[in-house]
Design a protein around this ligand. Structure first.
Ligand code: WTA
Length: 660
């Protein structure tokens, strides 16, 4: 929690962009009035609203007995209790009966331009069934955990859907995480199987996933088998008896093209996804089948106004929640056609994303502010080179989008025609909570705008009273929605403590926000000790623990400071142990060490060697002071009288000046 009680929003943006008139009549929600009516109804009769949506969007084997039950004090949340369904069935089987059978589900573009693979719904169904049978043959049963450490290749959604088909719980670990990070995540959920690849392309370089997997598996006794997808044909280490080639297993003539779907209860767990919090190790957030599936389809359909003829492209990695909800479950359950891309935005050139929008005639494009800023910096000439006339709606997610980046995106990519949906949500929320309905809600650059139907945000002061209009505070939710997390794997206490204790009776998001006179919500950023680097959440605790694990480090404090492209970048204050001296070499070594412990995204950009840290008498680090020091604002340190040892400030300023 920030030690300063005043939560201030410095952003004051006045411009308003109105929804386009042209395609408005064909939209799902066509006016602000219609939105308001639906919103009112959704709060007045949540059972009615959500059961209508749930029946409209999802195929159930059996309908539920009770639409929702929740009590944030316990906490306990249940949706569609007694309902039976299967996520894989909803993403695949039900599309085979109608005209979608031969429709492209996933158009996969490898990093090399000539590598394109297209899966129709029928093809995807066959592959998922076969792999589900492979898992069954290996003894995987309902409720077992399967860890997945794969890059952005079609096998990733395939194996996720295969798990869902047989009721196994998948836990995808972002392919850019280190062996160490992978290990702790596998250990925490006690996975039986790990699925990985030999390697993948990233910016023209080969990344070796299997090497990390081998390293991680040294300490993962629960893992019986490691299934390996051959992506690059690398020469890899092979553990006889444990390792299995994906292509050999799936092409086994004994494996059938058909696999029955397990009937899952609405509240059976679909997946676990680890995310960073302010304290301790990453949390295994879990989502359940019914509510999650209703929520991702509902939000995707309305916020992106997704129609059968659209080509949707979400540029996120499936290793994050955005990819789970809006590459795998949302679009496929809706029977959409989507693009999946292996590469990065700037390789081989900063026009790559626009080139692909042109190549595949993308209509709905969803990316992150960090990408927009990076591409904005590369110059207007890049989007200019391509025909972007197919685009209809643009989206943004991951962090607040600066109005400047918003306007650039609107003008240069959307050519002034496309509404921008700035979607605010979290791993925990499962899907969008605050976002404009593109043809109904006027957009203000930098604001995620208004709550979606069924969502009731409230902004609270430190003391729990509601904030006034335009007054910053803690963003909380007053009621449950179907897509919200149901728990933290193996740690119900933490679930309660992190999300439901700060303000009893509310869901606590950890974000600061204010609501303006029009009811628009402006997200200020995290108020807990979480750093947002290029839209990736990193806990300061994790970073500090990684640093302290180095033999030279006695103590460390890590903060995020503003960065033009990444949003925030990592700045570490380090106290060395006796016998160690600051040096460039040691600095490099520490950076490398963190990179190895967590992953490249966690590499500190700056390390300042200090002899003490600014702590309160109760031992809490005053990060506010560290932020000022790191950004060179020595004159304006605020009140330092509560420090246990005010003299540390001089040392902080001196060592900071030495870095200049
Ligand atoms: C931030 C990503 C402002 C926020 C889906 C949140 C945003 C955290 C936005 C969740 C947005 C995400 N505007 N801030 N449109 N979207 N955030 O769990 O701080 O990786 O709490 O989920 O990202 O990050 P997570």
């Amino acid at each position: 929690m920030g030690e300063s009680s005043k939560i201030e929003s410095v952003l004051k943006e006045e411009r308003v962009f109105y929804p386009p008139q042209a395609e408005r009549d064909q939209a799902y929600i066509t006016s602000k009035y219609e939105y308001e009516e639906i919103y009112k109804y959704s709060l007045a009769d949540p059972d009615g609203f959500w059961s209508e949506r749930a029946k409209e969007l999802i195929t159930w084997f059996k309908l539920w007995n009770r639409t929702c039950y929740w009590d944030f004090n316990k906490p306990e949340i249940r949706w569609f209790e007694g309902g039976k369904l299967n996520a894989s069935y909803n993403c695949l089987d039900r599309h085979l009966e109608g005209p979608n059978k031969n429709k492209a589900a996933i158009i996969w573009q490898g990093e090399p331009d000539e590598e394109v693979r297209v899966y129709t719904y029928q093809m995807l169904h066959r592959e998922v069934c076969r792999f589900a049978n492979v898992l069954k043959k290996l003894g995987v049963k309902k409720g077992d955990r399967v860890s997945i450490y794969l890059p952005m290749i079609p096998e990733l959604p395939i194996v996720m859907l295969a798990c869902a088909r047989i009721g196994a719980i998948h836990s995808v670990v972002f392919g850019g995480f280190s062996a160490e990070a992978l290990k702790t995540r596998i250990q925490d959920c006690e996975a039986k199987i790990l699925i990985t690849a030999d390697g993948y392309w990233r910016s023209g370089k080969k990344v070796e996933s299997k090497k990390n997997a081998d390293e991680a598996l040294k300490d993962c006794p629960t893992v019986e088998k490691c299934i390996v997808v051959k992506r690059l044909g690398l020469d890899i280490n092979w553990v006889e008896g444990r390792d299995i080639w994906y292509h050999e297993a799936i092409n086994d003539p004994d494996i059938s093209d058909w696999c029955d779907c397990e009937e899952m209860d609405a509240e059976d767990i679909l997946f676990i996804l680890y995310t960073s919090g302010s304290t301790g190790k990453p949390k295994g957030v879990f989502h359940t089948t019914g509510g999650y599936l209703v929520y991702v389809t509902h939000t995707l359909q309305w916020v992106f106004d997704l129609k059968p003829e659209d080509i949707f492209w979400c540029t996120a990695d499936i290793g994050w929640i955005t990819g789970h909800s809006y590459i795998v479950y949302g679009p496929l359950a809706l029977g959409a056609t989507e693009i999946m891309y292996e590469g990065v935005p700037t390789y081989p050139h900063p026009g790559r994303f626009w080139e692909l929008c042109q190549k595949f005639k993308v209509t709905l494009f969803y990316t992150a502010p960090t990408v927009i800023r990076a591409l904005m910096r590369a110059g207007d000439e890049w989007p200019k080179k391509y025909d972007l006339s197919s685009l209809r709606i643009l989206g943004s997610v991951g962090e607040p989008i600066n109005p400047e980046a918003w306007l650039w995106y609107h003008k240069n990519v959307g050519r002034g025609r496309c509404p921008i949906v700035d979607t605010w949500w979290q791993t925990e929320t499962g899907g969008f909570l605050i976002a404009p309905l593109p043809y109904a809600i006027p957009q203000k650059p930098g604001s995620a705008t208004v709550p979606l139907p069924g969502v009731e945000p409230i902004i609270l002061r430190d003391d729990g009273t509601p904030a006034e209009v335009n007054e910053g505070g803690h963003l909380c939710m007053k009621r449950a929605w179907p897509g919200m997390l149901r728990g933290v794997w193996g740690d119900p206490e933490r679930f309660k403590q992190v999300y439901f204790s700060r303000f009893p009776g509310y869901y606590y998001t950890g974000d600061g926000a204010r609501r303006d006179e029009d009811g628009y919500i402006w997200i200020i950023g995290r108020l807990d000790d979480v750093i947002n680097v290029s839209g990736h959440r990193l806990g300061t605790m994790e970073l500090e623990s990684a640093l302290v694990a180095h033999p030279a480090v006695a103590e460390a404090a890590v903060i995020g400071i503003p960065h033009e492209v990444k949003g925030e970048t990592i700045y570490a204050f380090v106290i060395l142990r006796e016998g160690y001296q600051p040096s460039e070499e040691l600095e490099k070594d520490l950076k490398q060490h963190v990179r190895k412990a967590i992953g490249p995204i966690a590499t500190p950009e700056f390390i300042q060697f200090v002899s003490g840290l600014p702590k309160t008498r109760s031992g809490k680090i005053m990060r506010r002071i560290l932020r000022k020091i790191a950004t060179g604002q020595y004159e304006d340190l605020g009140d330092t009288s509560t420090l246990a040892d005010p003299s540390v400030v001089e040392d902080l300023v001196r060592t900071r000046k030495e870095m200049e």
